[in-house]
Design a protein around this ligand. Sequence first.
Ligand code: PSU
Ligand code: MN
Length: 304
Amino acid sequence: MMSMQVKLTDEVANALKNGKPVVALESTIISHGMPYPQNFEMALAVEGKVREHGAVPATIAIIDGELRAGLSVKEIEAFAKKGMQITKVSRRDIPVIVAQKKDGATTVASTMIIAELAGIKIFATGGIGGVHRGAETTMDISADLEELGQTNVAVICAGAKSILDIGLTLEYLETKGVPVLGYQTADLPAFYTRESGFKVDAKIDSATEMAAILKSKWQLGLKGGVVIANPVPEAYSLDFKEMEKVINNALTEMNQKGVKGKDSTPFLLGKVKELTAGKSLETNIQLVLNNAKVAAEIAVAMSK
Ligand code: PSU
Ligand code: MN
């Protein structure tokens, strides 16, 4: 089911045509999630990691209004260098950016949409968006969750950052019928840490079993995505209590400054990075690499 609506590189097109494993990667994490040049190095290292584990990477973005799966090194570099100047694009923003022939960095939601159009089932990233703390009054709930409820792509992530209300995020995913599976863990990781105090729906121990679950879901016509939570490697995990303090400070400053809407997540990510003096950046990079590896293994298992 390849689509004319997404422009693919030859490498990605050939892999999809021949049923070879492909892993989608997002571009908001490049332009809005990390500073240059670490974001550029990370994006290339993640592609390398996917290849090392037997799959073809397809970094997803919108360039000159075209939906793209598979970018050149030059294009990745441009997204890394331009950073916040590139529009952060979620589901609602796609038609504007396409019609106006602009560039867009895709979030989890819009990367899932483009991956599905291209015929890619497996997607690796850092963390998903979710229900924000205080959502009872702000109604700030990431479009990523709605997308997970309706688009058939599995997202391998390190859980949800505790800038979010993780308990409410899990409730929302349950309502939408989205399985939250732990890769070799019963604990839901909280991005920087291996535990959040919450449990996943099921602990799954191998890529082969993960692939079998994804196939069952979609063969049964159960529409929607799957969250595959893969904890940050022990050596890079940060202290939970310390991160709570940092996050509370970031949230206080956000509320004081009146930051909201689509600026909320990038603001909090930037603050956390600043308040941990860059220590969180290394953790962020390492967990994305680890997710790329597991995603490639699951994509390989799916293709068998
Ligand atoms: N969480 C992270 N790093 C990120 C993001 C989330 O730890 O880079 C990005 C992803 O692209 C995600 C988006 O899809 O932020 C969610 O933004 P919002 O909350 O505005 O939906
Ligand atoms: Mn939001």
